[in-house]
Write a protein that binds this ligand. Structure first.
Ligand SMILES: [Zn+2]
Length: 291
């Protein structure tokens, strides 16, 4: 699933490519992904003619602020990613231009926004779990899915004291699951929680009540460093995520532990192990990250 760095990469690129553009038309073959309004024809009528005034990220959500005080909310979920380019419609299919947009992972197009001057914004989504909703701007601040989000770890306001305060509120729980809990801190998922804990040399199963001030400092600093780096290189494309031009993000060459089961730890050469935690897999070095 795209996490903070991937969604941030998408938002930064969208600001350059589609901000100021106007929706001319919308096409879909997967109406269930449009959750609001539920009737696709209404969604289409509501969005046509509106201009994208700004694009922001909240946790893993993308918010398009539209003219006439509407907000288009996109959550890419497991395999969704937004692409920008020019496609041709042929025999009920969107045909991409040659190049990265024609890579297999970018061809599961179930929603297409046609913008002015022939520019298009597509949602490619193999599993079709992504969610698209249109809201009145004044409703957005009350949406539970946004209102209950924890602070953004890349925000300047997210100081070490603030981080400690977030953990104090929950008191107990395994650190890996706490880092992934969107109501505690927003934006971190399976990949970056593993990477952060490996860098900080903290076992993912450790309960936060057992962590020292020094441990917390290491986690906080690793979080800032890794997320910043991942945004800088355009995110991780080990799974379906691609940048808006269809190309891969380059975090893979910085990945130290996620999906490296039975491979030697980059620090101590001990083999990385994988264990289940809260229904997810976690990868860690049993020597550098003892319990
Ligand atoms: Zn190690």
């Amino acid at each position: 699933m795209p996490e903070l760095p991937e969604v941030e990469t998408t938002v930064r690129e969208l600001r350059k490519k589609v901000r100021g553009r106007t929706f001319i038309d919308v096409w879909t073959d997967s109406r269930k992904q449009i959750k609001r309004p539920e009737e696709f024809d209404r969604f289409k009528e509501e969005i046509k003619g509106r201009t994208i005034e700004d694009i922001q990220r909240k946790g893993k959500n993308i918010l398009f602020f539209l003219s006439g005080k509407k907000v288009l909310l996109v959550h890419q979920k497991l395999t969704g990613h937004l692409l920008v380019g020019k496609w041709k419609f042929h025999k009920d299919q969107w045909v991409p231009p040659p190049g990265p947009l024609s890579d297999n992972v970018n061809t599961y197009i179930h929603l297409m926004f046609i913008l002015n001057d022939g520019v298009m914004m597509a949602l490619s989504d193999l599993r079709k779990f992504a969610k698209v909703e249109l809201w009145d701007a004044k409703e957005i601040s009350d949406l539970p899915s946004l209102k209950n989000l924890g602070p953004d770890p890349l925000s300047k306001k997210f100081t070490f004291e603030k981080f400690k305060g977030c953990l104090q509120k929950v008191k107990k729980g395994k650190i890996k699951l706490i880092l992934m809990n969107q109501t505690v801190i927003s934006g971190i998922g399976n990949i970056y929680s593993d990477e952060i804990l490996w860098k900080a040399k903290i076992n993912p199963f450790k309960d936060i009540s057992e962590l020292s001030e020094k441990d917390l400092k290491k986690i906080y600093e690793s979080m800032k460093t890794i997320l910043k780096k991942a945004v800088e290189v355009g995110g991780e494309s080990i799974s379906d995520f691609r940048k808006t031009d269809g190309k891969k993000g380059l975090f893979d060459s910085f990945r130290k532990v996620y999906r490296r089961e039975n491979k030697p730890c980059f620090r101590c050469k001990t083999l990385i192990i994988r264990k289940k935690i809260g229904g997810r897999s976690t990868y860690f070095c049993p020597k550098c990250q003892p319990l």
